[in-house]
Ligand binder design. Structure first.
Ligand code: BES
Ligand code: MN
Ligand code: ZN
Length: 492
């Protein structure tokens, strides 16, 4: 979809298949609505008086033909109160975009003037709108014999948004949503296609497209040489070889410390010998959504040409049972030298991540964020609305929380106190890989904390936020928004 600014003389003269205007709850019509109303002989006032338009936030009314104006259709959107919250703005944008999708128009002009969102500037609205529109283009088609109908909307004009600041706000929204769509596709692909090697080939293909991106893929031999005994314990039961994928985006000064993103890439998590129950086991194809968010975020920042260095590391493996699989009771040595008693083979995410996090230190990172569908306990704690955020550095946590809040991809900070560490005690190794009853997402994060003492670090548990269930079943593309917004902040 092409999203761009449009200059115009008066609302009634805009030639478009569908003109989108806003009407608030207040008694009098203002701005574009007022103009359209007088050009159309008081039509909007009559509809408002009759109650067809309430102005309630997110209410829509499509007027298929309006005499006296140039647009073929007018979509009236309720804009509610004078000052909107973030979510109210998203709600009205979503409502309008839904109607545009249903009407199958190929082009529309957005003329919602005079909307104020509390604490947000005009650029924020443009970014949010561009994001919402671009997310609607996503269709999963790869394994369908008949492709789904594509979104017909091909051009979205935004009235009066032609300044360079406006254009970059729009571009930001498009790039973030396109990055989310990359992550959604990878998450949605079945686990017999999206294997560790497939993720590696996607990474290489991405690097080929960008001169300032380099890809490196470590095979199991290379990982063995590095002593990655924890990661290799997870892949031991699988016929598909594990991969450690490294993508280096160099947009910043040579030698400037990179932001490092580490993604959990379990392309299928059966639980291993500690096998999961059968119900919903198919959903464990999404256990690589951390990895997908790393790739999606890199797509977004490369598109935006952010002037910073960012390194993505993906720990990719399957987790399956077999005669060669790791067993409960097995003790392995991680790359850090710390030994781990594997009490539950289903707690595999922390095992692949601990070695990837040890490896991350060699990039002398400015900061490291790992992203993982790590625990069911995080879903119990926070549901599907917030990602769990863990960090020993409260200022770092605050930065990430604000980024998520701004873009509409929220996280919530959980404790990471040392008090939880003793739950990981083992009689036979330096630590166990599970923390017993209580605080499951925290003990998982506490495990990772033992591998991340050398640098600034945060952990995002996205087990609840990475995918939707029910009718909309599929990957969400989160937390590409949070991560990209954070990196935009780093780019100054
Ligand atoms: N991939 C799962 C976590 C998960 C569960 C993600 C549900 C999304 C939805 C992870 O590898 C796992 O199995 N975790 C276990 C840990 C337990 C054995 C300590 C869990 O959450 O049950
Ligand atoms: Mn598991
Ligand atoms: Zn898992």
């Amino acid at each position: 979809m092409q999203i761009s600014g449009k200059t115009f003389t008066s609302p009634q003269q805009v030639r478009t298949a569908c003109l989108v205007i806003g009407i608030g709850k207040a008694g009098t019509l203002r701005g574009a609505a007022k103009n359209i109303d007088s050009a159309a002989a008081g039509l909007l006032s009559r509809l408002k008086k009759r109650g067809d338009i309430s102005g309630e936030c997110g209410q829509t009314l499509l007027l298929p033909a309006v005499d006296g104006i140039a647009a073929e259709r007018v979509l009236v959107v309720g804009t509610g109160a004078d000052k909107l919250s973030d979510s109210e703005f998203r709600k009205l944008a979503a409502a309008a975009l839904t109607v545009l999708g249903e009407q199958k128009v190929e082009e529309a002009c957005w003329l919602l003037d005079g909307i104020a969102v509390d604490g947000r500037d005009r650029g924020w609205q443009l970014t949010q709108l561009a994001m919402a529109a671009t997310l609607r283009e996503y269709r999963y088609t790869q394994t369908l014999s008949k492709p789904k109908a594509a979104l017909t909307l091909r051009k979205l004009f935004i009235a009066d948004a032609s300044s360079s600041a406006d254009r970059s706000a729009i571009q930001r929204g498009v790039a973030i949503a396109a990055g989310m769509n990359v992550a959604r596709r990878l998450g949605d692909l079945p686990p017999n296609i999206c294997t560790p090697s497939f993720l590696a080939s996607e990474a290489r293909a991405f690097a080929r497209k960008h001169a300032n991106v380099a890809a490196k893929v470590l095979d199991e031999k290379a990982m063995r040489d590095l002593g990655m005994g924890a990661l290799l314990a997870v892949s031991a039961g699988s016929e598909e070889p594990a991969r450690l994928i490294v993508l280096e985006y160099r947009g910043g000064k040579r030698g400037a410390a990179p932001q490092v993103l580490v993604g959990k890439g379990i392309t299928f998590d059966s639980g291993g010998i500690s096998i999961k129950p059968g119900a919903k086991m198919d959903e464990m194809k999404y256990d690589m959504c951390g990895a997908a968010s790393v790739l999606g975020t890199l797509h977004a920042i490369a598109e935006l040409k952010l002037p910073i260095n960012v390194t993505g590391i993906i720990a990719a493996s399957e987790n399956l049972p077999s005669g060669r699989a790791v067993k409960p009771g097995d003790i392995v040595t991680s790359m850090s030298g710390q030994t781990i008693e594997i009490l539950n083979t289903d707690a595999e995410g922390r095992l692949v991540l601990c070695d990837a996090l040890t490896y991350a230190a060699r990039f002398k990172p400015a900061a490291v964020i790992d992203i993982a569908t790590l625990t069911g306990a995080c879903v119990v704690a926070l549901g599907k609305h917030a990602s769990g955020l863990f960090s020993r550095q409260d200022d770092f946590a605050a930065e990430l929380l604000a980024a998520g809040q701004a873009i509409g991809d929220r996280a919530w900070q959980m404790p990471l106190w040392d008090d939880y560490q003793k739950q990981l005690d083992s009689n036979f190794a330096d630590m166990a890989n599970i923390g017993g009853v209580g605080g499951g997402s925290i003990t998982a994060a506490s495990f990772l904390a033992r591998y991340t003492r050398e640098y600034r670090w945060a952990h995002l548990d996205i087990a609840g936020t990475a995918w939707d269930e029910g009718a909309a079943k599929g990957a969400t593309g989160r937390p590409v928004g949070l991560l990209t917004q954070y990196l935009i902040g780093k780019a100054g």
